[in-house]
Design a protein around this ligand. Structure first.
Ligand SMILES: [Zn+2]
Length: 478
């Protein structure tokens, strides 16, 4: 490069400044625990998109520099993108097997905010002193309702939790338990009114009232499409509760454009409402749940499009009836892929996996391929999303959704000095999901390195054998 007189003067000034700063800087630079060099650093919060070196110290990002940095461990990210680790607001698989699937897909923080848990203290206690990735949970109306009404179903209600109308005393007891969960640091309040059809509008409003008192976000699987969003929106506005509509892709079906317009209109009027989507046209749920209360009206052909997860078999009218008595996971019939694409491409949606729990590798491929699929198929192949827009949906949008209640989230979902070193390095030319309905546990390709609090949990595309660096993400306890 030829130096003009102006840039030559600047160069001299910088050299002097650099010389003065050298002693401190060099010794500090040698102290970095880990350095990521030569990568294209993309931070959707600031808009930074440039080759930078990142220095990590003590689990945090300590330096972001155009020039080289030195550290004890160096990751060469040449030709790759360095992004904040992905934040997944909706994942039911919350055990070690499923945390591994999340990490391999670039996810560094996972939340169970739809079904949640009825016992917040026990949920966090089970995961002490830490897991592979960061984790958090909501107090769940579904589980609380099951406990209060004596529903013994596994995970989702199949008895009175779904079908019984609660007395005023029972509603008051549910409200008390939700309030207790929030005082114990639950991230939000989970709702699945589609799974609790007997919960009266008044009962649901009472639960929103508790959430509103804590300004805790309500994450809700709505009933009945647009009408369900209207119900949730009315409750949120009346009680001052931040509202998050889960998996708008599957809840909206053919109403996707209308439902997104409703959410967008409310947002533009200043209402705190957000939503999320996952990139699959088939969903997954429990066969004994209320979603299949009218299953007998399905045609044989419709039933044949449902898969029993345990064996991979397609169901018949006979086997459906038998398995519904037994209970277990199914993969649902597919909706239209165009609806899913509208949901993923909308600037309103965050990406969230709804990763149902894979057990010994059996389940829905969304648990392993959600984030890599959006990067590979929407950004690179279809080019309907820019890379920065896709990363925004995976990082800063979900972090901001939670940060009013969870101060720790202000240090996640971004690459900035002082942020947690939750980082993903991926090859934008190669990243792709590989999991399928037949082989749901196949890890994606092209996600090279994943750091949680500065510790590599995925190295060169493989799980690293490390002491689990992931920590509880919890609201302040009061
Ligand atoms: Zn879900």
């Amino acid at each position: 490069m030829r130096l003009t007189s102006t840039s030559a003067t600047l160069f001299v000034a910088l050299a002097i400044a650099g010389a003065v700063a050298t002693p401190g800087r060099l010794s500090a630079a040698q102290d970095f625990d880990l350095v990521i060099t030569n990568g294209r650093v993309m931070d959707p919060e600031s808009g930074l998109d440039a080759v930078r070196s990142i220095g990590v110290r003590g689990g945090s990002i300590a330096a972001i520099e155009p020039g080289p940095l030195r550290g004890r461990t160096v990751i060469d990210a040449s030709g790759q993108v360095v992004s904040p680790g992905f934040v997944d607001l909706h994942r039911h698989g919350q055990d070690d097997e499923n945390y591994r699937y999340a990490a391999l897909d670039g996810v560094t923080s996972v939340f169970e905010l739809e079904v949640g848990t009825p016992d917040v203290d026990a949920w966090y206690r089970q995961r002490e002193p830490g897991r592979l990735v960061n984790y958090g949970v909501a107090i769940g109306h579904i589980g609380v309702r099951m406990a209060v009404l004596g529903d013994t179903g596994d995970f989702l209600p199949s008895g009175p939790g779904a079908s019984a109308v609660a007395t005023d005393a029972q509603v008051a007891e549910m409200a008390r338990r939700i309030d207790h969960g929030l005082r114990r640091g639950a991230v939000g309040v989970g709702f699945g009114t589609a799974y609790t059809p007997a919960a009266s509008p008044w009962e649901v409003l009472e639960m929103f009232r508790v959430a509103g008192r804590h300004t805790a976000p309500a994450h809700i699987h709505v009933r009945r499409g647009v009408e369900g969003v209207q119900e949730a929106l009315a409750n949120a506005v009346a009680t001052g509760t931040p509202l998050h509509i889960v998996h708008v892709n599957s809840s909206a079906g053919n109403d996707i454009t209308r439902m997104l317009a409703l959410i967008g209109d409310a947002q533009s009027r200043g209402i705190d409402i957000t939503t999320e989507a996952y990139p699959y046209h088939r969903g997954s749920t429990r066969i004994e749940s209320a979603l299949y209360d009218t299953w007998e009206r399905m045609t044989d052909a419709e039933i044949a499009e449902i898969t029993w997860v345990n064996t991979g078999e397609q169901l018949t009218r006979d086997s459906f009836a038998r398995y519904r008595k037994q209970g277990g996971s199914v993969i649902q019939r597919g909706g239209r892929m165009e609806n899913v694409q509208i949901a993923i491409n909308s600037p309103l949606t965050m990406i969230a996996s709804d990763g149902s729990q894979l057990r010994e590798g059996r389940g829905h491929p969304r648990a392993t391929g959600t984030f890599s699929q959006v990067l590979g198929r929407y950004v690179r192949e279809a080019k309907t999303l820019t890379l920065m827009a896709a990363l925004r949906k995976m990082t800063i949008m979900p972090a901001r959704r939670l940060e009013a209640r969870i101060p720790a989230m202000r240090n996640k979902g971004r690459i900035t000095v002082g942020a947690d070193a939750d980082i993903v390095v991926f090859d934008p030319a190669r990243v792709i999901d590989r999991s399928t309905y037949q082989r749901p546990s196949l890890a994606p390709e092209g996600i090279t390195h994943v750091l949680v609090a500065g510790t590599p949990v995925v190295s060169n595309g493989r799980l690293a054998n490390v002491a689990p660096p992931g920590r509880a993400i919890r609201a302040p306890i009061n």
